[in-house]
Design a protein around this ligand. Structure first.
Ligand code: BES
Ligand code: MN
Ligand code: MN
Length: 455
């Protein structure tokens, strides 16, 4: 493939400027205050695909935010790559912890700082630019379709309906996604698995109103104390999850797979120091790489109740709540685990309180075999761009639509991500390396070629 790096070199300033314009749009899907901006982002993405050379672009309406669809069909007998990404972003708060405003992108030390810089606007936009490059240099080797959604960060509920209703339109041979991370620029990797997710909210109710913590304390159940005890009991001293049947369907990694994982270039000291922690924490008997990639986990994501304002207020609250996520691995299912959690959590509640478990959105896990030609094509593209063979790594994050792509469209997804775990996605000061952005465009361009040649 000719001119790839030349084209990127000659156009990189414009690529970055365009990404910065996209990052200025606060497309927060979770917050209705930003509805107009989410719609604006969809239109900007559609336009960018039209300008890049798509013959057909549309904003497909759903019950929620539109799906941006675009295609360039060069020859029906050639293979088709379906690119997926998302233009919505997580809420930016806590705002006070950002060094610069989340929707006023700045470049510092070779990185673009903004909400969505990495997840996923920066990574999604690499695909728009790789497509532009292939069109402009007249070397698109296969057909390409894009679906860029605006509800990934809120569970992709309407995308499922969209793909089920548009199977013909989305007909393709492989799905290509950049919405994950790699180990480092020195040690490129390919994501070979995503975790499933069961996310729920629990509410513990004690007395019918807030009480004086002296007058009633010690005599009536305090829902916050009880909730803490209940959550505390969900794991044993080995950080093994205590919910009955929780591990029933967990596919244990073979000795061979574990041996391979142990070879992952990963520096634990560096990992700890970057997080400011003295020790890691997790399930006994497993390495950090294994805990992240192949073991299911349970975490409280938020917890509230009682008085949290300034100063002291002596109160025994009526209610306490928590949001809990469980990350799942093959062959656990969201529904199964949600049900097991609910049953267990209700069963451990003392009679002195009432418990309510409310499930939110979830998703199923996904694994990508490494012995298929599509993996090899991705690996070859990375070798060409980075000069090094990538290692397969199972991710801890979730993209629930990926399992549905397989179930509904019968298609595998290649997870070719260029973010780093330290890019602070979902956190203040999210950023994306310009080098990662440009290398990503280069690798994606090579993938088109190696993939097309492998067919
Ligand atoms: N891009 C992330 C998922 C991700 C990040 C996978 C890093 C692997 C490595 C995605 O946007 C995301 O945040 N997903 C959510 C799930 C969703 C249902 C809200 C997640 O993982 O929490
Ligand atoms: Mn994402
Ligand atoms: Mn995300």
């Amino acid at each position: 493939m000719k001119q790839v790096s030349e084209y990127i070199q000659a156009n990189k300033d414009r690529f970055i400027e365009e990404l910065i314009e996209l990052l200025k749009i606060p497309s927060v899907s979770a917050d209705s205050k930003y509805k107009g901006s989410v719609m604006d982002a969809a239109e900007v993405v559609r336009k960018s695909l039209e300008k890049a050379g798509a013959d057909k672009t549309e904003l497909c309406q759903t019950a929620g935010f539109p799906v941006v669809y675009a295609e360039k069909m060069i020859d029906a007998s050639k293979p088709t790559i379906l690119v997926y990404g998302h233009y919505d972003v997580q809420p930016a708060d806590p705002l006070e912890l950002w060094d610069s405003p989340p929707f006023e992108p700045v470049i510092k030390n070779g990185k673009i700082y903004a909400r969505g810089a990495c997840d996923d606007k920066g990574q999604m936009y690499m695909h728009v630019k790789a497509f532009e490059l292939m069109m402009q240099t007249d070397q698109l080797p296969c057909n390409v379709k894009f679906i860029i959604e605006g509800e990934e960060e809120v569970g992709s509920a309407n995308l499922e309906t969209f793909i089920s209703a548009n199977k013909e339109k989305l007909k393709a041979d492989i799905i290509l996604i950049s919405d994950t991370s790699m180990l480092s620029m020195e040690n490129p990797s390919i994501t070979t698995g995503l975790k499933g997710l069961s996310y729920l909210e629990v509410e513990v109710t004690g007395p019918n109103r807030d009480l004086h913590s002296g007058v009633y304390g010690g005599a009536v159940a305090n829902p916050i104390n009880i909730l803490c005890e209940m959550i505390g009991s969900l794991k044993d001293e080995n950080n093994h999850i205590n919910i009955p049947g929780f591990y029933d369907n967990v596919l244990e990694a073979s000795a061979n797979e574990r041996e391979l994982m142990a070879k992952t270039p990963f520096n634990l000291e560096d990992y700890k120091s970057k997080l400011g922690i003295d020790e890691v924490h997790g399930e006994a008997g497993y390495t950090t790489i294994e805990r992240k990639g192949i073991r299911p986990t349970l975490d409280v994501n938020g917890m509230w109740g009682g008085y949290t304002g300034e100063g002291a207020k002596t109160v025994l609250p009526s209610k306490a709540s928590a949001k809990i996520s469980m990350r799942l691995v093959p062959n656990q299912s969201d529904e199964e685990i949600t049900e097991k959690f609910k049953k267990h959590f209700e069963s451990i509640a003392p009679k002195s309180v009432k418990v309510q478990v409310k499930p939110h959105h979830g998703g199923e896990p996904y694994v990508m075999p490494i012995d298929i030609p599509e993996y090899k094509a991705a690996s070859d593209a990375i070798i060409r761009a980075f000069g090094k063979e990538p290692v397969p790594v199972r991710a801890g994050g979730s993209i629930p639509i990926v399992a549905l792509f397989e179930e509904v469209l019968g298609l595998k997804s290649i997870l070719l991500g260029f973010g780093l775990d330290t890019d602070a996605i979902h956190s203040p000061n999210e950023h994306y390396g310009i080098e990662n952005f440009l290398k990503g465009i280069e690798t994606i361009s090579y993938f088109y070629e190696s993939y097309s040649n492998s067919k």
